[in-house]
Ligand binder design. Structure first.
Ligand code: NG1
Length: 490
């Protein structure tokens, strides 16, 4: 695994078409840094947001996903000091007030109050993760100025882009040499400190992406990221991101949405492994699958099809299971289940819909494999490539909406409008319950497609948006590069 790159040219980070604008943005950050702290930054760390092409809500079940980095990112200009160990952090956006903090005691404890919605918590996550990992004798004091343009709460992983950049800033400030893999692992674990039991897709995509490629991220037996070349078609494939502008705050809604889904799948896996009499009871659907087919040479897609059938046979109650019914099915005492799975990340529900979640997870994991197959071995006819990829995206959306209940009326509306406007596939991306959609569109039709969605969705629901805000809400994106350190500023 390679080390995190340091560049002195923005060409190495951004598509040529973006370098001029990004150059102005980086220079503005450096200038503001000097105004704020009366000194020059030593480096700028950056990590991008991501769009997930397919594979939703399966990373925390251990299954592979297929995201790509987008051209929106978080950049942090940093200077260091040996005079103290304080962290001073400010943001270009005045919505986020400047903060100062330090670790406490000989154990260098960083306290994060996950009960408050505080922007600097996301820096603290990366900082805490790094301190715990690197065990530095005397961490450097840091002066930091942040500029982020990944829309928050939109499903493009602004939080992961922030945490990855924070961890990278601390690594670089303290002259540590770390691989991309290590940074990814630190960012995954540290982001859980803000109260969301997240999977590892976002941090992997943010750190490990390569320009021009989507990324197949696998988590079992260990984190593995394989660049995936998207098929060359005529006209070219374009992915358009449209933000519904419904903000889904995972932290606030976690007990009913995200964290609840994690519990429903983990306890589901416990129940399924018991019903299948596996050699070990596992709370990961991927591990259940691996154990069930251990020693047999069954292709992965075939395994998933069989798991789907087995899950349908085991979870016969489609109305949902109570805690005591889950205890009975899993063979684990109710208070034990609550203690292990519902205490650090509490949930609010009486019924756990294990049937629907399991069917979504195995079906979605299968679609990721099928999407990857089309990319690796595309049909020679371009329209057939479009049709196959588009169908998989549409099936994913239907499953997210009907089985996983992570869509919402606005996502349903935008994805429907997208298909009417000529997209061949359209689905929510990220956690859902608001946020962004991603649509597969013929590249030559992108301007017309964007104009139609602006007219039919944004003008109707958000007539007050300025042109600049509209351009931020709906945009075509190309696969971009992952985390890097930049030193080429004046
Ligand atoms: P976003 O869209 O960033 O909230 C979340 C999780 C992912 C993944 C997706 C659903 C975090 C930081 N990210 O993404 O790991 O589970 O939902 O596919 O919680």
């Amino acid at each position: 695994m390679s080390y995190i790159p340091t560049y002195d040219s923005l060409d190495a980070i951004y598509d040529t078409s973006m370098v001029a604008n990004q150059g102005a943005r980086y220079q503005a950050l450096v200038d503001k840094f000097e105004q704020q702290y009366n000194s020059k930054p030593e480096f700028i760390a950056r990590s991008p947001g991501r769009v997930n092409l397919i594979g939703e809500h399966i990373d925390y079940c251990g299954f592979g996903v297929l995201p790509m980095a987008v051209d929106r990112d978080v950049i942090m200009a940093v200077a260091t000091t040996d005079d103290d160990t304080k962290i001073r952090i400010a943001n270009i956006n005045s919505k986020y007030p400047a903060r100062e903090f330090d670790f406490e005691g000989v154990d260098k404890v960083v306290t994060i109050d996950a009960s408050s919605l505080e922007w600097s918590n996301y820096f603290k996550c990366g900082y805490k993760g790094m301190l715990e990992r690197a065990r530095l004798e005397k961490p450097k004091g840091m002066f930091i100025l942040v500029d982020g343009n990944v829309p928050a709460g939109s499903g493009l992983s602004s939080s992961a882009a922030f945490c990855c950049t924070a961890a990278l800033s601390v690594i670089t400030a303290n002259n540590l040499k770390m691989t991309k893999q290590e940074l990814t692992e630190i960012a995954i674990v540290s982001e859980r400190n803000v109260g969301v039991n997240s999977g590892g897709m976002d941090q992997s995509a943010s750190v490990l992406s390569e320009q021009g490629f989507a990324l197949h991220v696998e988590f079992v037996p260990k984190l593995k990221a394989t660049p995936v070349k998207l098929p060359e078609t005529q006209p070219k494939l374009a992915f358009v991101i449209a933000n519904t502008l419904v903000t889904a705050d995972k932290f606030v809604t976690g007990p009913r949405n995200y964290n609840l889904r994690v519990v429903e799948t983990k306890v589901g896996a416990l129940c399924l492994s018991r019903a299948l009499k596996l050699s070990k009871q596992s709370d990961s659907y991927k591990e259940v699958c691996d154990l069930y087919f251990d020693g047999q040479s069954v292709p992965e897609d075939e395994q998933l099809k069989q798991m789907l059938t087995l899950a349908e046979q085991v979870f016969t109650n489609q109305n949902g299971y109570t805690r005591s019914e889950m205890a009975e099915l899993s063979g684990i005492a109710e208070d034990e289940l609550v203690k292990t799975y519902m205490t650090r990340f509490p949930v609010e529900t009486d019924l756990f819909r294990m049937y629907q979640r399991a069917v979504h997870v195995f079906g979605e994991a299968l679609r990721v494999i099928q999407f990857g197959k089309v990319c690796h071995n595309p049909p020679s006819n371009s329209e057939e490539v479009y049709r196959q990829l588009g169908d998989l995206m549409n099936q994913s959306q239907a499953s997210c909406a009907k089985l996983y209940n992570c869509s919402c009326p606005e996502i349903d509306e935008v994805t429907k409008l997208a298909i009417e406007a000529g997209a061949v596939g359209s689905r929510l991306t990220g956690a859902g319950w608001g946020g962004c959609t991603v649509s597969l569109v013929h590249e030559n039709k992108v301007p017309e497609f964007i104009a139609t969605i602006k007219n039919k969705y944004y003008k109707k629901h958000f007539p007050e948006l300025t042109d600049a805000q509209l351009d931020d809400a709906i945009l075509a994106t190309k696969p971009c590069s992952g985390s890097a350190v930049f030193t080429g500023f004046k």
